[in-house]
Write a protein that binds this ligand. Structure first.
Ligand code: AP5
Length: 216
């Protein structure tokens, strides 16, 4: 049966870092709404231009746009074995839409892995994050530097700092998370789906706890 998991947590806590390994381990598709928006932006689509106007100021892209994009992504063949959602859902409306989309395929969310860390840790990670322009691989100045400064280990692409990792936007993204996304903690907890993981730990320790939580 197809497996549907959600990686949930504040900006910069390490969702993408964990997803990179986990999707290989589980052989499921990785659906990260932030990555999908950035891909549209790179290809200069209308969706990309629209998303940029929200992303640059740290706001959420409207629900109907985001849900429509995920619905379209779920029609792709690689999602048949299951999906690791990352950065989606981010509002109660998105969670309800995801539940409906999965029901239509005869599935449901198995687990929501809630990775959390204090704000000062998030700000430190966002401020030191470097992302590959080409393949999206993520690095950190101290905890995960690329072997050659400025160059992606995986594809040789240029690594850069995301525009929404500027200090003023970082803070706004965390505030938006607290206001609009954190109500989902109670929402998923009540449904018995939530597993809490301490994201302050080293990458490997967080990964071990994620794997233990999903019983792999
Ligand atoms: P998105 O791209 O989803 O950003 P985010 O949720 O803010 O998450 P991040 O990518 O910033 O962080 P992460 O948790 O993946 O951390 P990472 O692994 O990189 O969204 C961007 C924007 O798109 C939003 O602001 C919004 O505008 C729009 N958007 C996206 N989804 C949307 C939705 N559903 N609805 C509406 N709008 C949406 O790690 C961070 C750094 O820490 C890295 O440098 C990493 O190397 C390091 N690190 C990770 N783990 C550890 C560790 N354990 N120890 C030490 N360092 C670590």
């Amino acid at each position: 049966m197809a497996k549907y998991l959600v990686l949930f947590g504040p900006p910069g806590v390490g969702k993408g870092t964990q997803a990179e390994r986990l999707r290989e381990e589980l052989s499921v598709a990785h659906v990260a709404t932030g990555d999908l928006f950035r891909d549209n932006l790179k290809r200069e689509t209308e969706l990309g231009k629209l998303a940029k106007s929200y992303m640059d100021r740290g706001a959420l892209v409207p629900d109907e746009v985001t849900i429509g994009m995920v619905r379209a992504r779920l029609t792709e063949a690689d999602t048949q074995n299951g999906v690791l959602f990352d950065g989606f859902p981010r509002t109660v409306a998105q969670a309800e839409a995801l539940d409906q989309l999965l029901r239509e395929r005869g599935g449901r969310i198995e687990k929501v892995l809630f990775i959390n860390a204090p704000e000062e840790v998030l700000l430190e990670r966002l401020g030191n994050r470097w992302t590959c322009k080409q393949c999206g691989a993520v690095y950190h100045t101290n905890s995960k530097p690329p072997k050659v400064a400025g160059v992606c280990d995986k594809c040789g692409g240029e690594v850069y700092q995301r525009p929404d990792d500027q200090p003023a936007v970082q803070k706004k993204r965390i505030d938006v998370y607290l206001e609009q996304t954190s109500p989902l903690i109670e929402y998923f907890d009540k449904l018995g789906m939530l597993t809490r993981i301490d994201g302050q730990q080293p990458i490997e320790t967080v990964y071990a706890e994620v794997v233990a939580a999903i019983g792999k």
